[in-house]
Design a protein around this ligand. Structure first.
Ligand code: SF4
Length: 126
């Protein structure tokens, strides 16, 4: 079963094949393939995407404040998806929810450095 933290339950729907490095990208493709055929378990902190990230130090070390900011983003994502840590859900069900709350998600997406490569035009061009 794929384990994903809150904000990855949303971001991964808009992945277009780019990322920090090849290891990260290949792992992300693998995670998405598995998510399509199995349920996803919601976890807290480092997840199956973070595991191959160059900023994974057992916590998110992307920047000085990243751990706190990512945690807030995870909490926000779970809140708007009406999910909690430990829940299990199918990827297709999560996608329906993500589409529904996209307007709210723009609040965070507009600050995201990956916005320029996001396949969602509404977010990329915001
Ligand atoms: S930047 Fe942080 S939250 Fe994002 S994948 Fe890397 S460790 Fe995980």
């Amino acid at each position: 079963m794929v384990k994903l933290r809150g904000h990855h339950l949303i971001c991964l729907h808009f992945f277009v094949g780019e990322g920090y490095d090849m290891r990260f990208i290949e792992n992300l493709k693998d995670v998405l393939s598995k998510a399509e055929i199995d349920a996803v378990e919601v976890v807290e902190g480092i997840d199956d995407v973070c595991k191959a990230c160059p900023y994974n130090k057992g916590y998110c070390a992307y920047s000085e404040k990243a751990e706190k900011e990512i945690k807030e983003m995870d909490d926000f994502a779970l809140k708007i998806l009406s999910l909690k840590v430990g829940d299990k859900k199918f990827w297709s069900e999560i996608k329906i929810e993500v589409d529904r709350i996209l307007e709210l998600w723009k609040f965070y997406c507009k600050k995201c450095e990956w916005r320029r490569v996001c396949k969602m035009p509404l977010i990329r061009d915001f």
